[in-house]
Each structure stands twice: as structure tokens, then as C-alpha cells.
Design a binder for this molecule. Structure first.
Ligand code: FE2
Length: 262
């Protein structure tokens, strides 16, 4: 297995006069993306060395009881408690809240809830968006109390079929710089909570992927932390792996979104 692949990742182009951008599919985006060839290192050789505390991401063993992942009720009933327990153990939080999930299903139809794969470098949400989810999910008094303490946001990316194409590239949090994050908050509309961050290219970024991920694995990414001294903003993107087989099976993954309270 090779030590790295050279592949194209799409980055957000910084624009001086733009502080708020709108993006729903690229056909009506007000941001400009540029493709860059980058080296994406094979993280398998040292996969046990990556940690949330250092790199902001970690490859974990995770065999789920969930099979009916296209059914939101089943995801809620089976995946949610499993993933919350796993995350709690992994990071030592006192409480975990799963507030959203997305099925990335190339075998299914593309819709607002199934974007099949995010093929641009991004950080899922900004702080205001996470706060709005906390307030949406919890009673006001409880939300106020939890928001007054440290919290952090995580994603768990879990293959629901062996990954033979469009693997996930993740950027070492130590090489993601705040000045390269570009707000793409929707200024208005039905989903104001979906503010996120695009990522501008920086040659110092170090990208990794884990080829041939199985259904018994998952990637945990730390997206946000109210303690700015800790690793966060793990930029990520699906990418076209030039070594994928022509008859690679469709990529199917579950993308769970969590807030951890400490
Ligand atoms: Fe994402």
C-alpha cells in the first residue's frame, strides 16, 4: 500500500469583500472553489498514533448494531446511544448530545438530506450554529447552564459499506489555521442554523486518509471547542482517489453530529 496519494481537493477562494456566503450545491453558491493537487498521506501506517488530543481526529474500531441506516428512527434508536457512549468513553465528557445526522448514500437519490459526499474542504459548523442546535434540543435553562461551560463539537463518520471510493481526507488540526477559515453562513432562509466554514488552501496543511475503511471502523473528528487552546477545526473532504477501482462499490456512510459537554 502506498504511503500517500496525490489527489485534488477543492478549497474556498478567499474574497476580500465577502464575509457571508451562501452555498446550497455548487450551482447556486456565491463562493468560489479552486482545485489544488495535494499529497494525502496514508494514515494506516501510524493509525494508532493519531489522537483527538493531538491531531483532532482518531480512527476507532466501531461495530454497530445498526443495519437500517436509511431509517431515521433506527438511527435514533440504535446509532445514537451507541455513538454517544463511544464518544463519552473516548473523550471523557460528562454528557453527549447527538443533534443531527446525515446519511451519505451514493446508492440512494441525492436530496437535501443525502448530499452523498461533501467534496470540498470544510469545517461542518460555526459556533453560532452549534449553539442554536443546543438551544433547539434542550430546555432553555439547561441550555444556558451547559453553554456557560466548556463544550466541543464532534463528528463521527462511519462507513455503512466498505469504502472503495471517495474516502475522507482529514487535516491535522495542528495545521488548520483560523485565518484560512471562511464563513459560509446562510444569511437567511429556512435553515439559518446551517452556518459552516469553507477552508482556504495553505501549503502547511497536512492531509491524511485511511484507505479501505470497513464497516467496523469510524473516524471521529473534533470540529469545534470553546477552549481555543485545544485542537479543533479538523477540516475534511471526500476526494476522488486516483487508485480506486473502476467498479468500486457505492460509498455509503453515516455522518453523526455531536456536542460534548465537559
Ligand atoms: Fe463535514
Amino acid at each position: 500500500m502506498s504511503e500517500s496519494v496525490e489527489a485534488e481537493l477543492r478549497f474556498t477562494v478567499p474574497q476580500n469583500d465577502q464575509t457571508v456566503v451562501y452555498m446550497v450545491g455548487y450551482e447556486c453558491a456565491t463562493i468560489t472553489l479552486e482545485s489544488r493537487k495535494v499529497e494525502i498521506a496514508n494514515g494506516r501506517a501510524c493509525q494508532k498514533k493519531f489522537s483527538i488530543e493531538t491531531n483532532g481526529f482518531e480512527l476507532i474500531a466501531y461495530t454497530s448494531e445498526l443495519t437500517d441506516f436509511r431509517n431515521p428512527d433506527a438511527v435514533h434508536r440504535i446509532f445514537k446511544p451507541e455513538a454517544e457512549q463511544i464518544l463519552k468513553r473516548l473523550i471523557g465528557a460528562s454528557r453527549i448530545l447527538m443533534f443531527h445526522h446525515v446519511v451519505r448514500d451514493m446508492a440512494g437519490a441525492r436530496s437535501d438530506d443525502n448530499l452523498t459526499a461533501s467534496t470540498n474542504t470544510h469545517v461542518d459548523h460555526d459556533q453560532a450554529t452549534y449553539e442554536s442546535h443546543i438551544r433547539r434540543c434542550l430546555p432553555a435553562g439547561e441550555a444556558d447552564a451547559l453553554l456557560s461551560r466548556r463544550w466541543a463539537a464532534y463528528s463521527i463518520w462511519k462507513p455503512m459499506a466498505p469504502v472503495e471510493q471517495l474516502p475522507l481526507a482529514v487535516c491535522d488540526a495542528r495545521t488548520v489555521f483560523e485565518e484560512n477559515l471562511i464563513s459560509r453562513t446562510r444569511p437567511a432562509g429556512p435553515h439559518p442554523q446551517r452556518g459552516g466554514l469553507g477552508v482556504a488552501f495553505n501549503p502547511k496543511q497536512r492531509w491524511f486518509y485511511f484507505p479501505d475503511m470497513t464497516i467496523d471502523e469510524a473516524l471521529v473528528l473534533k470540529i469545534w471547542d470553546t477552549d481555543r487552546n485545544l485542537p479543533q477545526w479538523v477540516a475534511h473532504s471526500a476526494f476522488v482517489d486516483p487508485t480506486s477501482k473502476r467498479d468500486a462499490r457505492p460509498r455509503v456512510a453515516l455522518d453523526g453530529r455531536f456536542i460534548a459537554f465537559y
